[in-house]
Design a protein. Sequence first.
Length: 305
Amino acid sequence: MKDDLNSTFTLSIDWEDFGQLAYRDHSAKVTEPLKTIDRQTGIILDILSQTKRKATFFILGMLAQYRPDLVKKIAKEGHEIALHGQHHKNMRNLSKADAYNDLRDSYKLITDIIGGPVYGYRAPYFSIDESNFYVLEMLADLGLIYDSSIFPIKLKRYGIENFNTKDTLYELPNGKSLVELPLTISQWNNKKIPVAGGGYMRLFPKFYLDRIFRDKNSKQQNVMLYLHPYEFDTQNLNCTDNYPPGENYSRAKTFLFNMRWNLFRNSITPKICSLLEDYNFITCLKKAENVKTNTYSPTILGCPQ
Ligand SMILES: [Zn+2]
């Protein structure tokens, strides 16, 4: 396996539990995660072990609090542990102080669990744009070396239109620097689409995805895949499985949520396995280190690029 600049694929897992998030959104309370997180994490680790690849896991603090054993297991298998914040809040909706506290709390929790440093961050809901670039400064203040939160396309809930699509070292207003590893986008009928994760990756047929990734690989473009544990599950999932007995909730809303959760999910594992077998994967940290090593002068952070 070559770990050089030609290796442009990264598998990133936003390690969170959708049952825990669904209940928090429903009740504003944090409860235990679903037991299914064991099976889902096991499937991902097995796939990575079989294909001899390393991935980056962006760990959500409120899940790690309940399952430090799983975080340690992921780290022990040689995968990179990075941060996904503490409470899974949209960073654009938080005050500067609350945003910093969320980052600091997750940093402390996760570094305590693994007994070592972390180097990267992904914001929940990809919630970094021009309105809160100060979050990048906070990451650099905490000693992180990269962020992977920016979608270089403006979508309804996130993203920055025309943001630089290349992995880049930026000089920040506070004089520090940070590597940004943007999420991968592609073109479809002259429209930009976020092709490398979530619902898009589930919905697009494998032959279409294969064509996109072959093209990106031949042009040595960065590919940042992002997935969640539940997307690897082989069984039907129900977000209310961890609701306390007698809890009132909207059946219609839950039906739609579960439908979205389960739709085309079984197609993810074969798609990812074939990518892991066909391309050369490195972690986010390795990618960020390569960018730093190969950058003579950082780019001034601004938009559009
Ligand atoms: Zn998330």
